[in-house]
Design a protein around this ligand. Structure first.
Ligand code: PEP
Ligand code: MG
Length: 897
């Protein structure tokens, strides 16, 4: 039978490598520290395999496990020279529970297992400290009862208060008799309340604690944590028992947390804190009870303060050695008992993104790690913290709802339920959060002026989410707990009603909605940020472009290092002011001539927009996509807008309503959109092509260097669709060339966002210079899940474990990803030099970027604020890919996605 219990002591442990799944993170970490010859209290871990067996049996600990526990305790008795329940030098244990990762709801630590009515006296004599021994015993009974009987700690406190009052004192019992009376009342309470007797046999105490700790796996808090984080139900927990350290006894004891570096400067220097034990600490003049460890080591490792009760140089040396073993800044929890130092826990030092970069760059400068290693240390997604304001998380925040983290960063401001209101508030210089059920193209001006956007409905690729990310505004979508009542202008959350003008805060990085104003931390791009980005640029293979339409976005993206525009959604250029009017005129025109006339009004706007984009991108590639969305998106909504538009067009309101009704579709996402528009109304594509070519010629003349635009046709499913549109584009190019007397260079390519386009990628590639995977629509069409409605039910899918990640955020490697790989293979077969990129939201997602690297795409394109993230993620993927290839397989495997 396989062993289920693993022991550890300084210099020796049964298991260390990759042990977190078997030993829980606490047990695994103690085993690691022990194996590194760091002083740890000796002990043993009851593994997750034991938990699994007991959980399957459902009733008590199985007999073989009990025997193994007994044997482990005997071993511990031998190595400590103590006896569990002994009447001389009793062995006491601390029992800690952990799963492979931190999990709320699991059993709390139980200290001093092994104390009973007899051993408490022995300990009192051994330590010559009656009060300490009994305080420990009382605490043991309280935590044992809380864990095993689910007792309320408050009940014990009440008993203690009653006893104190009866004895006419305040605080703890003073004499042995008083202590014994209190303990007797605890026993009586447990008997009366839980019909149980507090076990006096240490082994029985231990197995009951282990059994109850096992059962804590079923705690509802733990269970919902697992669902949320996709942790399997049978992963299980482990229970670690180790010899007690009396860290709270006297000034020869204490508890500390040390970090191997000063995280702000990156310097290798012990930092952290130490809390002296015992009641004397206040007498030493330290009311708070903690000392900064940075004061501890003076020159040459000599202790600078006589307050530290252990060997300070040894502490520093151990932490330094652990750091070099891990190759990263570490943080340790340690204890001092009777002047002796013990380590209990270590982890890579927790730090914000800024500190992480600082330390990584510093480690490279010190020659401790390579640039590539430094890059791998950074969580690309965490860079967000540096690019957007974040919430100062000091106190408990009044969270009134949780939704999708749709666009990162935090924002705080007054609630505005309409874009008009948002504009009015912003004009007064007041911070605004635009709160809508969902946003529409006409909300874009409101989104621009708002500090953040809250859309009650929708997912991470809904209109609100995509636009907000594009313009770098924090956004939360799909918050089921909130309701907007537009009649009385309120936002209702369970137990709270907020009105227009009330302050609200959203965290687009976590999806939280918070009542009231919250302090925000401003973004700071420290110098090391640039250094890290240099490392990334040296390491990566894929290029990183941006999705941008406006000059503001394009400039921001350039500042973040974008290497061109991978997607310019031209429809976003038609929403503002005069443009939307001309646009409506075009859409509502009765015939082609009317449309052409209206398009002529739009031409100058578009041309100047494109010129500006070309100039900002200064020679870098710019991909401009022809109009994509269904036309009805641009139509007037509501009576007022309809009346205004009818007046502008000089037609009856009734006629206008009829024309609008004609454009209505049952399923616009699969309706008259994409290249279908260009095929029904070629004049639209022609006008756009003209604007692009004229802008390219002009920008090229100004710069003295040819601009080569890339024109992209959306929603292509058939080669003939692309051929039809390309023919129009080519014709316009010839016209412009003739008019301007100069040749016009350009490329024409296709979005790949429909399954049919994937399957026919080889034939489509014959007439395309490039492909760009539109993974938003491709995900939508492959899954048959509406990207605008997915938020409503995907959360249930996570809970039920059906999907692990939102496929609209992270590419679904097995399904959508397989199709992308197929298209890549087919396209390169007929056109080896075809340029391949991705411009869906997944293009800025680190896990997806790893997949795109493996698939061999040439570039990813993402919203401006994700460009730095994509640069680092692309670098990491390239590094890992190179290592995997060098590692001997020689194959570009996709299995790691
Ligand atoms: C896509 O579908 O992935 C895409 C980039 O286009 P849009 O989001 O504009 O439909
Ligand atoms: Mg699309």
């Amino acid at each position: 039978m396989a062993r289920k219990i693993f022991t550890f002591m300084r210099g020796a442990s049964d298991r260390t490598a990759d042990a977190t799944e078997a030993l829980g993170f606490k047990g695994a970490n103690l085993a690691l520290l022990a194996s590194l010859d760091m002083p740890v209290p000796p002990g043993f871990t009851v593994s997750t395999a034991a938990w699994r067996e007991a959980a399957n049996l459902r009733g008590g600990l199985p007999q073989p496990l009990r025997s193994e526990i007994n044997a482990a305790v005997e071993w511990l008795e031998t190595v400590t020279g103590r006896k569990f329940g002994g009447n001389e030098k009793p062995l006491l244990l601390a029992v800690r529970t952990s799963a492979r990762t931190q999990m709320p709801g699991l059993a709390e630590t139980v200290l001093d297992v092994g104390l009973n009515d007899a051993t408490v006296e022995t300990v009192a004599i051994e330590l010559d400290d009656l009060s300490f021994a009994y305080r420990s015993y009382r605490r043991f009974i309280e935590s044992f009862a809380a864990l095993v009987y689910d007792a309320d700690p408050g009940a014990f406190e009440e008993i203690a208060d009653e006893e104190a009052e009866a004895s006419g004192r305040s605080g703890d019992p003073q004499t042995r008799e008083e202590w014994r009376r209190l303990i007797a009342r605890y026993h009586a309470f447990i008997e009366a309340e839980y019909d149980a007797v507090l076990p006096q046999t240490p082994l029985e105490q231990l197995s009951m604690v282990i059994e109850a700790s096992f059962a804590s796996w079923r705690n509802p808090v733990a269970r919902s944590h697992r669902v949320l984080h996709g942790i399997p139900e049978n992963a299980g927990l482990a229970v670690t028992a180790h010899a007690m350290i009396f860290n709270e006894r006297d000034r020869n004891s204490g508890t500390g947390r040390a970090v191997s570096r000063d995280l702000r400067s990156g310097e290798p220097r012990l930092t952290g804190e130490f809390w002296l034990g015992g009641r004397e600490r206040a007498e030493i003049g330290d009311p708070v009870g903690s000392w900064p460890l940075s004061d501890l080591i003076a020159d040459g490792g000599r202790p600078a303060g006589d307050w530290f009760p252990a060997d300070a140089a040894a502490l520093a040396a151990h932490v330094r050695r652990l750091e070099s073993h891990v190759g990263d800044a570490v943080e340790v929890d340690f204890m001092v008992g009777d002047g002796e130092l013990f380590f209990l826990q270590s982890r890579t030092a927790r730090r914000g993104a800024g500190e992480a970069i600082r330390v990584a760059v510093e480690l490279v400068k010190e020659g401790l790690i390579e640039e590539e290693e430094a890059l791998l240390r950074i969580d690309p997604a965490s860079l967000d913290q540096l690019l957007h304001p974040t919430i100062e998380r000091t106190t408990d925040l009044p969270i009134i709802g949780r939704g999708m983290p749709a666009s990162p960063g935090a924002a705080t401001g007054e609630i505005a339920f309409t874009s008009e209101r948002a504009e009015a508030l912003a004009a007064e210089g007041r911070p605004v959060i635009l709160v809508r059920n969902e946003t529409f193209p006409e909300d874009i001006h409101g989104m621009h002026v708002a500090n953040g956007v809250l859309a009650i409905r929708g997912g991470t690729t809904s209109h609100a989410a995509v636009v907000a990310r594009g313009i770098g505004k924090p956004c939360v979508t799909g918050v089921g707990a909130l309701r907007i009542n537009l009649e009385d202008e309120t936002l209702q959350a369970p137990g709270v009603i907020l009105r227009a003008g009330d302050m609200i805060t959203i965290d687009g990085s976590s999806g939280e909605v918070i009542e009231g104003r919250v302090e925000l931390k401003r973004p700071s791009l420290i110098g090391d940020f640039a250094t890290l980005m240099d490392y990334a640029d040296r390491a990566r293979r894929m290029r990183v472009r941006t999705n941008a339409e406006t000059p503001v976005e394009a400039r921001a993206a350039r500042a973040f290092g974008a290497e061109g525009i991978g997607l310019c959604r031209t429809e976003h250029m038609f929403f503002e002011g005069d443009r939307i009017r001309a646009m409506r005129e075009m859409i509502l025109a009765p015939d082609g001539d009317g449309r052409r006339l209206a398009l002529e009004k739009l031409l100058p706007f578009q041309r100047s927009d494109f010129i500006e984009l070309f100039e900002i991108m200064a020679g870098l590639p710019v991909t401009i996509r022809l109009l994509d969305p269904p036309l009805h998106e641009f139509l007037p909504k509501g009576d007022a807008e309809i009346a205004e538009t009818a007046a502008m067009l000089g037609i009856e309101e009734g006629v206008l309503r009829q024309r609008i009704a004609k454009l209505e579709e049952f399923n616009p996402m699969l309706g008259h959109r994409g290249c279908r528009l260009a095929i029904s109304y070629p004049e639209i594509a022609e006008a756009q092509a003209r604007a692009i070519f004229e802008a390219a010629v002009e920008a090229g003349e100004r710069a003295g260097e040819a601009v080569v635009p890339e024109i992209m046709v959306p929603l292509v499913g058939m080669r003939k669709e692309l051929a039809f549109v390309k023919e129009r584009i080519d014709r316009v190019a010839q016209l412009v060339a003739a008019e301007r007397g100069r040749s016009v260079h350009y490329q024409v390519g296709s979005m790949i966002e429909l399954p049919r386009a994937v399957v026919r990628a080889d034939t489509i590639a014959e007439i395309a210079d490039f492909f760009s995977f539109g993974t938003n629509d491709l995900t939508q069409t492959v899954f048959g899940i509406s990207r605008d409605d997915a938020g409503n039910f995907l959360s249930t899918y996570y809970r039920q474990g059906i999907i692990e990640r939102d496929p609209f955020q992270t590419v679904d490697a097995d399904g959508v990803g397989e199709l992308i790989a197929l298209a890549v293979e087919k396209a390169r077969r007929t056109r080896p030099d075809i340029q391949l990129g991705v411009c869906g939201e997944q293009g800025g997602d680190p896990a997806s970027i790893a997949f795109f690297e493996q698939t061999g795409l040439d570039y990813v394109s993402c919203s401006p604020f994700r460009v730095p993230i994509a640069r680092v993620a692309a670098a990491q993927s390239a590094i890992l890919e190179r290592r995997a290839t060098r590692g001997g397989t020689g194959v570009k495997g996709r299995s790691r996605a």
